[in-house]
Design a protein around this ligand. Sequence first.
Ligand code: RNT
Ligand code: ZN
Length: 422
Amino acid sequence: MPKDKQIEQAYELARQRYAELGVDAQVAMRILQTIAISIHCWQGDDLGGLERPGAVLTGGGIQATGNYPGKARTIDELQGDIEKAVSLIPGKHRLNLHASYLDNADKFVDRDQITVKHFQPWIDWAKGRLAGLDFNPTFFSHPKALDGFTLSHPDKAIRQFWIEHGRASRRIAAEIGRQLGSPCVNNVWVPDGYKDTPADRLAPRRRLIESLDQVFAEKADTKYVLDSVEPKLFGIGSESYVVGSHEFYMGYAVSRGKLLCLDSGHFHPTEVISDKISSVLCFLDRILLHVSRPVRWDSDHVVALDDELFAIARELVRGDFLHRVHIGLDFFDASINRIAAWVIGARNMLKALLAAMLEPTSMIQNMEAKGDLTGRLALMEETKSLPFGPVWDYYCLSKNAPVAMAWLDEVRSYEQEVLNKR
Ligand code: RNT
Ligand code: ZN
């Protein structure tokens, strides 16, 4: 039997199984295709950026490990790699850029001097190709960030430099959003913190509030730019104290009406962001997710289709939060083919969302509402072995994306023809 026919038949059987539980697989796929995942550019070059050719990441406590050959070194190479990756992911998605990925025409431009013209090549390239661009000021990998402090730095001049960078980035993000006709999420993460126990936990936090207020002081239209702030528990070199902790940014986001970014690697190992989404959305209009996979710590492994990923997706669907949550990916693995890393992570995110959409949610929630906790457990467990795989395959087929492992063949030939020649 031809492969496509087989996929269609398997889908038809799966569709019927779901229909028996009152779930319409077609509706699930229709909703899935409206979701744009923000794919992070920094998986393509191990966070190197395009500011200084051949730059190695210093500071900031984030580090890609591994030396798989073929990483992107120029904007053209990176764009080519991203084009390859998105062609293997069903649906239309976004790209998440860091300010350090500017096009400076081979002339160094410092972070406080960047303008939209340095990102125009990205904007022009994204038009028609992607669902939008998101943005991040880069508060790491810079001589003025080497001692681990940026927006909360005790030195006023250094603080001011980073405030200017934050403002410049926000203006760029707004212009990106305007030109692409889709709001650009501008996410602020700073590495600020101490390796060892601080004597004063308060002063840096007060300085951070002041700096952030200055970064966000200019009026900005939420039609074009959405401000987001990202907390963290600890980092390499900030093991004892992080200025921008969860409580800090929760308070900041609530009091200033900003988005909060929940990164799945930024909490204690037994804490999960799936349980935080419904809490923070009681107090915030919108949030950003940095979906990652922390292995023992904030290790930024490629997103796997694990329990927590399913749980995150279920929360978004069960709570009807999809229109209030911006889904971004955040991992960097340099030990495997970087394009494969993107494809695996993004496809997993979509698979988890599809599985969540195929869950007989109202049936389970009705049981709970009636106090039928036995039924709730029984149906939740039954749901786990329902055939969502054939629906996923069919979805890929209908979106002209490779089915099952077929994407890997394409990555392997791209590796041979393009990556290995770098
Ligand atoms: C760092 C944060 C942050 C970065 C990116 C590159 O721990 O997760 O989001 O990963 O800005
Ligand atoms: Zn993150």
